[in-house]
Ligand binder design. Structure first.
Ligand code: HEM
Length: 318
C-alpha cells in the first residue's frame, strides 16, 4: 500500500480509482497521521469538548478500523486454512496473527502497521526519487552498480543481489541524513533530568487551570543533527560515499542521523521499509533514467518531510 500511494503521486493518477477501497485506506491513514500532531501538540480542547477536527478524526479512524478489520479477518481465515507453517509462505500481517496468541493484540499490531506504514514509506520514496532525478551524477553511480549486479534487467531480484547494492543503500541513507522523512523522535522522561543545563521534568503533565493539559516531551530532531557540522564532516554536501566502509575515518556521529528512531521503540517496520525501497530502486533505476525538468521543489513538513509539489519525472528506458 505504501508503494500504491507513491504511485498515485508520481507515476500519474488513475493507477488507483479514487473511491476504491485501497485508495480510501490510504487517504484515511494519511489523514490520521497528518492530524495527530495537531491534536497532540496543540492545546487539547478536544479532551473537554468534541472539536470539529476531533469529530472528524474519530470518524476517520472508525472507517479505517472497519475496512482494515475486513482484511485482517480475511488474513485470519486464510491462516487457519494454510497448511504450511513456513514463515516465508505468510504475509506480514499473517505472520503477526500467527505469532500473537491474544487476538486483540494481534489486531492492534496489524492495524498499527498499516496505519504508520503508508505515509512514511511513500513520502520517503518520493524524496529519494526526487533526489535521484535531480542528482544525475549520483544516479549514474547507482545505475552502474545495478548494471553490474543485474546485467540482465529481467533477472529475478534476490537478497544476494541486494546485498551487493552497497552504493544504492548508501544513497538512501544519505537522503535520510539530509532530508529525514520523519524529522524527529519524542520521548517522555521517566525521571526529572538535567540535559545540557536545562531541567526537564519527568513526563506526565504540566498542571494548570485545565488540569493535566500537556505532556512534556524531549524531542531528538534528527533532521537537524544529521546536518550539523559538529557531528558530520562536510554536512552540507550530499555524499553517499560517507556511508561506505572505506570512509570510516570521516566524522559521522552514530547518533547524528536516526531516521528510524532508536532504542526499544524504534521503527518496527524499518527492515520492511528498507527492503521495499531497495527493491524499488533496483528495479526502476536498472531499467529507467529518471529526470526532473521543472521548478525545484522545496521540502515541507506535513507530518512527514518531503518535496512539496508534483513529482513530474521524465522516465527514459535504458
Ligand atoms: C521509510 C519509511 C519509514 C520511516 C522513515 C519510519 C520512521 C519511524 C520512526 C522515526 C519511528 C519512531 C521511532 C522512535 O520513536 O524511536 C517509527 C515508529 C514506528 N514505525 Fe516506522 N518508519 C517507516 C516505515 C514504517 C513501516 C513501513 C512500518 C510498518 C510496516 C512502520 C511501523 C512502525 C511502528 C509500528 C512504529 C511504532 C514503534 C513503537 O512505538 O514501538 N514504519 N517509524
Amino acid at each position: 500500500m505504501g508503494i500504491g500511494m507513491y504511485r498515485t503521486r508520481c507515476l500519474g493518477r488513475g493507477s488507483l480509482v479514487p473511491d476504491s477501497e485501497p485508495q480510501k485506506i490510504i487517504d484515511a491513514a494519511k489523514f490520521a497521521l497528518r492530524n495527530v500532531a495537531v491534536l497532540e501538540l496543540k492545546a487539547p480542547f478536544w479532551r473537554y469538548i468534541p472539536t470539529p477536527l476531533w469529530t472528524r478524526y474519530v470518524r476517520n479512524m472508525n472507517y479505517f478500523i472497519e475496512v482494515c478489520m475486513k482484511y485482517i479477518d480475511a488474513a485470519t481465515e486464510r491462516l487457519k486454512k494454510k497448511k504450511s507453517t513456513n514463515e516465508e509462505d505468510h504475509s506480514l500481517v499473517e505472520r503477526i496473527l500467527a505469532t500473537e496468541t491474544n487476538p486483540k493484540v494481534a489486531y492492534i499490531l496489524a492495524l498499527d502497521l498499516i496505519l504508520v506504514g503508508i505515509d512514511t514509506i511513500s513520502m520517503a520514496v518520493c524524496s529519494i526519487l526526487y533526489q535521484l532525478a535531480t542528482r544525475q551524477e549520483e544516479q549514474e553511480k547507482v545505475y552502474q552498480e545495478l548494471l553490474k549486479i543485474l546485467p540482465d534487467p529481467n533477472t529475478p531480484l534476490t537478497t544476494s543481489h541486494l546485498d551487493q547494492a552497497i552504493y544504492t543503500k548508501a544513497f538512501i541513507r544519505e537522503v535520510f541524513r539530509m532530508y529525514s522523512t520523519v524529522i524527529g523522535n519524542g520521548r517522555t522522561l521517566q525521571n526529572d533530568t538535567t540535559i545540557c543545563g536545562y531541567k526537564v521534568p519527568k513526563g506526565v503533565t504540566i498542571d494548570n487551570l485545565l488540569i493535566n493539559l500537556m505532556t512534556v516531551q524531549v524531542v531528538f530532531p534528527t533532521v537537524v543533527t544529521g546536518n550539523m557540522k559538529e557531528y558530520v564532516n562536510d554536512a552540507n554536501i550530499f555524499k553517499p560515499s560517507r556511508w561506505l566502509k572505506a570512509a570510516s575515518d570521516q566524522k559521522l556521529h552514530p547518533f547524528a542521523s536516526l531516521p528510524y528512531g532508536y532504542g526499544a521503540r524504534m521503527c518496527l517496520g524499518r527492515r520492511f521499509a528498507d527492503l521495499e525501497m531497495q527493491v524499488l530502486l533496483a528495479k526502476l533505476i536498472r531499467s529507467y533514467k529518471l529526470e526532473y525538468h521543472h521548478q525545484p521543489l522545496k521540502y515541507k513538513v506535513t507530518f512527514m518531510y518531503a518535496p512539496d509539489g508534483e513529482l513530474r519525472f521524465k522516465c527514459t528506458k535504458r
